[in-house]
Design a protein around this ligand. Structure first.
Ligand SMILES: Cc1cc2nc3c(=O)[nH]c(=O)nc-3n(C[C@H](O)[C@H](O)[C@H](O)COP(=O)(O)OP(=O)(O)OC[C@H]3O[C@@H](n4cnc5c(N)ncnc54)[C@H](O)[C@@H]3O)c2cc1C
Length: 431
């Protein structure tokens, strides 16, 4: 990973370069105690810490690198409602009752973000509105199906977009239609998580950076260990997601790190970028390996795509995504690329987040499978609720099965690549 020259410890992203808060928090040294110890300062961990601090709990957060170092500080910044598996699939697999319960929560992640931005005055360039773009009539049909399904669960912000209306949202001739979500939107994700972390600190949460957890003693009084310190806590929340490594094989065997790449152009002429994305909605296409892009507050085009099973960074980051950007916007042939980076999210076999208990007082959540900006906010809050003694919603999620990847740790990557190749081929052929 190439690190940010003016924000060391972060990937060299446009986000790290434009972070509002570049303060470095101390490393944990010696022994301390708290009601709750959170492992990982991404959206999940910080969302849980904030929920708990708002309810009077003492919390220590241990982050191996920097706040927002992982996917939360590197993603496309798209507020996408719902989950990586649709609610009708959830109903078919796990029953209507569970689908209804998950449906009731499906807009809450976005609401939590907007509430916190307003309550704590977080400056993260929040803009409302998202556009799902379709390449084929089949994808349009699937979107109409999703719309009808979400509306059954109370989502009123969706509208189908015909081919002739696509230009209101994105100026390209690649798409045959799509769907807008007025309750979607976009943010500067690193500034969001930094703002939430600062809000949590304002309520007494202690955050330690460069404090990677190397050991966890479970039991009635769990102890969390780093190279130079220990935290004794009543509860531990494991929120390390794709960066957890092999520390807890019981849960990490049920997810796979997957990388995605993002780049940011130089600031573009204001008229040009307004012409490309007139409504300032974020866009994601409907392919299996999808492209996602949006405007930034300083008029860059931030374009993401690509996929690396196992979580490896490609050697040539722009080589993966720039050709796709030019297919969408040939007008940008001469635009300079100022930043390109890669990050890992955690994929589960079911594409449903994996939540549960490792012991009576050690809980975990990970595996948002690529759509995590909203879900992590929801699930972090739900982890906090469980610690507070309200485990109803936690138990709904924890009851969903988490399956190991076929092929185990050795063959899970090639087998998944094979599956993805098949779906990618279907997209290419438009079938
Ligand atoms: C390139 C990219 C683009 C994406 N775009 C979008 C998007 O536009 N919209 C969307 O909804 N989702 C998107 N996602 C997914 C989304 O970003 C993630 O689902 C979400 O940020 C995961 O948050 P998290 O807190 O669970 O994990 P992370 O943000 O990865 O945080 C985990 C943290 O735990 C720390 N950690 C791990 N192990 C330890 C340890 N042992 N000790 C201490 N600390 C530890 C890590 O350093 C890391 O900071 C994208 C993901 C990527 C990678």
């Amino acid at each position: 990973m190439q690190t940010s020259p003016n924000n060391p410890g972060h990937a060299n992203s446009w986000y790290a370069a434009t972070a509002n808060d570049k303060r470095v928090r101390p490393e944990l040294e010696g022994e301390t105690e708290a009601d709750v110890c959170v492992i990982g300062a991404g959206f999940t961990g910080i969302s849980a810490a904030l929920e708990l601090a708002e309810n009077g709990f003492s919390v220590v957060v241990l982050e191996g690198e920097r706040i927002g170092f992982g996917a939360s500080g590197r993603n496309g910044g798209q507020i996408v409602n719902g989950y990586s598996r649709d609610l009708d699939v959830i109903a078919r697999r796990y029953g209507q009752e569970k689908a209804v319960k998950l449906g009731e929560m499906s807009l809450e992640g976005g609401e939590i973000i907007r509430r916190r931005v307003a309550t704590y005055g977080i400056r993260c360039d929040l803009v409302d509105g998202g556009f799902f773009a379709a390449f084929t009539d089949k994808q349009v049909k699937e979107m109409a199906h999703v719309k009808a399904n979400w509306e059954k669960h109370g989502h009123t912000g969706l509208e189908m977009v015909s081919k002739s209306e696509v230009g209101r949202y994105v100026k390209t001739d690649r798409y045959v239609g799509g769907m807008i979500d007025r309750l979607g939107g976009h943010i500067h994700p690193l500034n969001l998580v930094l703002g939430e972390a600062a809000a949590a600190e304002g309520l007494g949460v202690r955050i330690f950076e460069k404090s990677r957890v190397t050991g966890l003693d479970m039991g009635a009084s769990p102890v969390v260990k780093t190279a130079r310190g220990r935290v004794k806590a009543r509860y531990v929340l494991v929120c390390g997601n794709a960066y957890l490594g092999s520390m807890l094989p019981k849960i990490t065997d049920r997810m796979m790190p997957v990388s995605s790449q993002v780049m940011a152009t130089e600031p573009l002429d204001a008229k040009l970028i307004e012409d490309l994305l007139p409504a300032n909605y974020c866009v994601e296409d409907a392919n299996y390996v999808l492209d996602y892009y949006r405007r930034t507050a300083d008029n860059r085009l931030l374009y993401g795509g690509g996929i690396g099973y196992g979580g490896h960074d490609p050697a040539n980051l722009t080589g993966v995504i720039r050709p796709n950007m030019l297919k969408t916007f040939p007008q940008l042939k001469g635009a300079r690329i100022d930043f390109a980076w890669s990050g890992n999210f955690a994929l589960t076999l079911t594409r449903i987040p994996h939540i549960g208990r490792l012991s009576e007082n050690v809980y975990f959540s990970h595996g948002d499978s690529g759509h995590g900006v909203t879900t992590t906010h929801l699930l972090g809050k739900i982890l906090g609720e469980a610690v507070r003694g309200h485990a109803g919603r936690f138990d709904v999620w924890a009851s969903l099965p988490a399956l190991p990847f076929p092929g185990g740790r050795t063959f899970r990557v090639p087998l998944t690549v094979l599956g993805a190749w098949w779906y990618g081929l279907r997209d290419k052929l438009g079938v």
